[in-house]
Design a protein around this ligand. Sequence first.
Ligand SMILES: O=C(O)CCC(=O)C(=O)O
Ligand SMILES: [Fe+2]
Length: 359
Amino acid sequence: MPVPTFPPFPDDVPTHALLIIDYELLKAGDMGEKDRLWSAATKLGFWYLKNHGADDEVNGMFDMGAETMALPIEEKMKFEQGDAGISFGYKAAGAHAVNADGTPDTVEFLNIAKDDVLSYPKPSRRTYPHTVNARMNSSIIPFVRKSVEINDTILRVFNDKLGLPEGRLDLLHTASGEFSGSETRVIKSPAQAGRPPDRMAIGAHTDFGSLSFLHNRLGGLQVLPPGVEEWQYVRPLPGHAICNVGDALSVLSGGILRSNIHRVVPPPGQQSTLDRWSLVFFFRPGNSVQLRALTDQSPLIAEAVNDAIENDSEWAMKTFNPGQTAEEWFVRRVKYQRVNNRTGPETWMASRGTEKGRA
Ligand SMILES: O=C(O)CCC(=O)C(=O)O
Ligand SMILES: [Fe+2]
């Protein structure tokens, strides 16, 4: 399907300009580009990625998403995630809370496990609607392979900059070959006339894993940068992915890499009358990886954790050694977002990550 054209993103809303990182330069080992990536990942934790070479795969994924979300709700619900904290499968609109009051979200999405994609046609974790199987070979497998390659490249830059032994982060992610929470997600946020512009489609959160590779075409994504009190939109740029650091990599790096909070609201201005689609690949550590700052492997990380302890020891001890594996962290966060598991505001608190009380 050709990429449709959209009404423009408005010029009169607060936006946050992200650094633009060139993937071709990163791949070629360009030192200046690695420095710019490092700066983006440590200051805000978000950046645009251009020349990622995945445009065709992204378009195929959006087609798969449209075909899947057009299925009758009864068909989609056969593949629902359940309430146990498993993320793979379908999530209906309203199944997650967006705040401590338990206000329901407005998006539906489908998560497909990287482990299922790479073992296809043999299921590793679960099965999916026929519209997914029909697009596996043409779109989903190529998209997931490219996403993994891109994230592995970014991870190697961070490994080096953090002063970790060679291949350390790689081993905690793909090199061990174990199952993980890595998954791709297609999100549909239906247009709803009259919805207030600050009605959250997805509540404020930090991402759960290590790196996210996001594609959207309409506005709606907002970040709350450090030291700023007003939510700011991230302007979608055609052909540019939006990448960000998640909690797992933030914890492993002793907070040097920043997992910044973000949320999704209805598209602004003239875009507000349209359905909003987005696509993410979430790159996460192997399930058994103990989430803790790698202080014994990098003097830089040890120093960062010491500084954090001096600053706020209770928070630092809890955040940089939460006593959970990557899988346990992930299950906890997914499980307590679900309105079916809600008892009160404490359920929202139980779903939180590294955002330090900012959401
Ligand atoms: O749809 C977007 O732009 C962002 C989605 C997001 O933050 C998420 O799914 O974690
Ligand atoms: Fe997110």
